[in-house]
Design a protein around this ligand. Structure first.
Ligand SMILES: [Cu+2]
Length: 329
């Protein structure tokens, strides 16, 4: 489940607030075919906005976050969805600039989480509540079996808001199932290099390792093909969502203990105040410049962003391609 948006320096938050954002789904033929599919597989992008008296959405930058008091799912306010009494797959994206949610079902039901922003988990994890920070994605299965005639809400318990109403109106047969194993975690080896990234507040601004974003500065040059350990710390009093471009990361430890079973591999990590997260990542496929930033967009625009450059260990000149023959009249 991929999330894309405008990334212009200093005004990413404004441009995303105005709508330059979206999502798309990459399918893998190796994924289990028994998961709910077709019309039983739906994306749910959750975002908040503030509307003025003319129903416009003015954006006023605030380094401590821009939020709204209206909640939209796929751009719709107070939406409902008619569903059958069977399993559905919902691909949930927190498309908000800054706001985090804690998702529950109003009937106390469970989500079976099957994936993250980095594809399917090794095995499904049953959860009754799920925190989701900006840019995080949750791939879940919800079963409405036995709920015919009921109205069930997807609720944000942090604000007590009913985000989306499911009206279970149809009896349908369910030929879907969630396998006990989904997709093995790729073996990316043991890290050979450790880097520390402190998501901090310095001189009244949001920073990484004490520095605000500077497009002329590169803070790390990992080698193509290498596996590294990156340690993220949050000494501030506010949460951050640590987001790394290029390749997905695998959790090694959270606060010195075990990783959550639903966070084996991701590329956007919720880091609460005081937390320490260790991940490993292997720089495959591409050299070049990549971003690393907090995905709370006003933190990013205020300076909580930096860049790393993936480099070749032994650069060899690229062979020049043979030019195609020129057409003749
Ligand atoms: Cu942040």
């Amino acid at each position: 489940m991929q999330f894309y948006h405008d990334h212009r320096m200093d005004v990413t938050g404004r441009n995303v607030w105005m709508g330059l954002t979206g999502m798309y789904i990459v399918d893998d033929p190796a994924d289990p075919s028994t998961l709910p599919s077709g019309k039983f597989d739906l994306p749910l992008a959750i975002a908040d906005r503030q509307f003025d008296a003319q129903n416009q959405i003015p954006y006023v930058f605030n380094p401590n976050g821009v939020t709204g008091d209206k909640f939209l799912v796929n751009g719709v306010y107070q939406p409902f969805l008619e569903v059958g009494d069977r399993k559905y797959r919902f691909r949930i994206l927190n498309a908000s600039n800054f706001r985090s949610y804690f998702l529950e079902l109003s009937n106390g039901g469970s989500f079976i989480q099957i994936g993250t922003e980095s594809g399917l988990l090794p095995a499904p994890v049953t959860r009754t509540g799920m925190r989701i920070g900006p840019a995080e994605r949750l791939d879940v299965v919800v079963n409405f079996a036995g709920a015919l005639g009921q109205n069930i809400y997807l609720v944000d318990t942090l604000t007590g808001t009913q985000l989306l109403e499911f009206r279970v109106t149809q009896h349908v047969t369910d030929d879907s199932s969630v396998p006990a194993t989904l997709r093995p975690l790729p073996d990316i080896g043991q890290p050979s290099v450790t880097r520390n990234w402190s998501f901090d507040q310095t001189g009244g601004h949001w920073t990484i390792n004490g520095l605000r974003f500077d497009p002329s500065r590169v803070d790390a040059k990992p080698m193509l093909g290498a596996t590294e350990k990156w340690v993220f710390t949050n000494p501030t009093g506010q949460a951050h969502t640590v987001h790394i471009h290029d390749v997905s990361q695998q959790c090694i430890s959270r606060d010195g203990g075990a990783c959550y079973p639903y966070e084996t591999m991701k590329e956007t990590w919720y880091l609460a105040p005081g937390e320490v997260l260790e991940v490993k990542l292997k720089f495959t496929d591409h050299v070049g410049m990549y971003m690393l930033h907090c995905h709370m967009m006003e933190h990013e625009d205020d300076g909580m962003m930096t860049q790393f450059e993936v480099v070749r260990a032994n650069p060899t000149p690229r062979p020049r391609p043979t030019p195609p023959p020129r057409p003749t009249h």
